[in-house]
Design a protein around this ligand. Sequence first.
Ligand code: AR6
Length: 226
Amino acid sequence: MADKNSICPQCGKEFECGAKARLEKCWCFSFPHIISPGEGKDCLCPACVEEKISARTKQTKLTIYRGDITKLHVDAIVNAANSALLGGGGVDGAIHRAAGPELLTECRRLGGCKTGEAKVTKGYNLPATYVIHTVGPVWRGGDQNEPELLASCYKESLLLAHSIGVKTIAFPAISCGLYGYPINKASFIAVTAVKNILTFHSQFKEVFFVCFDERSESAYRQALVV
Ligand code: AR6
């Protein structure tokens, strides 16, 4: 009957999942820690939740793309900006150069952007219709809220994209250049944050993780198979 073993979130002991058809209960060996909401409702055991997440995110293709984000024909590209939103180096500089001076004019009107938040402009001369500007955290060793702030960049960018009807979107490796975030950690956060949002907003057709070099590409490949 049991097809997956897992840990009961209530008592920390192993339990059996008996809810393949989502009709039976999942229960913990140490009865009475019953963790299923019961017949007719979705099972909440970790095995079933995981299954549900992958079913919902299946409608969106997650693609690793090696190259220049400014060349992509997508509804929106994400810019790894700074809080002034007035341009800079790295991917920010490349996006401003490719979009043309009107992008900076629109950015001046936005009043900056806080770390972990996102703002949108048009794409001007870019093939992408929109640019979503987000500000990643500077890496300071990992205990200054960097993971939460980085995850927030992906979350806020996707929520903003969702609100303007974007179906295809491309992310660079936010914070992994000048801001020094280790790519192996950042790629995992990026993929997890994107998958989490896709469980609630399934209208996205394709999300691109754009990698500028081989190291980033292999980090994303590993993050996507976990
Ligand atoms: N296409 C795709 N990825 C790119 C491109 C490109 N054209 N150019 C660089 N990358 P970074 P950050 C990669 O430094 O770390 C700016 O000055 C790059 O290899 O652009 O968030 C801003 O104004 C790296 O993997 O952004 C801020 O001041 C990733 O994009 C600051 O840098 C991000 O590197 C933000 O730093």
